[in-house]
Design a protein around this ligand. Sequence first.
Ligand code: HEC
Length: 113
Amino acid sequence: MDRSLLIHVAVLLGLTALAVSAAPAAEPAPDRQAALVHMVRQDCGSCHGMRLAGGLGPDLLPARLADLPDEFLVATILHGRPGTAMPGWQRFVDEDEAGWIVARLKTGFPELP
Ligand code: HEC
C-alpha cells in the first residue's frame, strides 16, 4: 500500500469514528423500553416513591429535574452517589438506556401498562 493510500484510509476511518460518536443516542428497543419502565417504577420507586414524588430519595419529577444537566443525572444513575443511599445501576443499564430514562423523567415518566 503506498503512503497516500494509507493516509486516505486513516482519514476515512477517522471520519467514520466521528460519525459514529456524533450519532444520537440509540433508542432502546420497545421490549427493552417496557422493561426499563418497570424497573424505574418498581426498583427506583422503592426509594423515589411509587409516583416518583419522593421518599427516601428526592422526587424525580420534571419540574425539579429540569434545571439539572442530563449528563449529571445519567452519571448519577450509572454510578450512584457515594456516601448516599443512591446505588449505581451500571450492571443493569447502559449509558444510552440511562439517557433514555433521564429524557423520560424530564418529560413525565411513562405509566406501567
Ligand atoms: C436505595 C434507594 C434508592 C434507589 C433504589 C434508587 N435511588 Fe436514586 N437516589 C437515592 C437517594 C438517597 C438520592 C439522593 C442522593 C443525594 O443525596 O445526592 C438519589 C438520587 C437520584 C438522582 C439525582 C436526583 C437529583 O436531584 O440530583 C437520580 C436522577 C436518581 N436518584 C435516579 C434513580 C433511578 C433512575 C433509580 C433506579 C434505576 C434510582 N434512583 C434508584 C436513593 C435511591
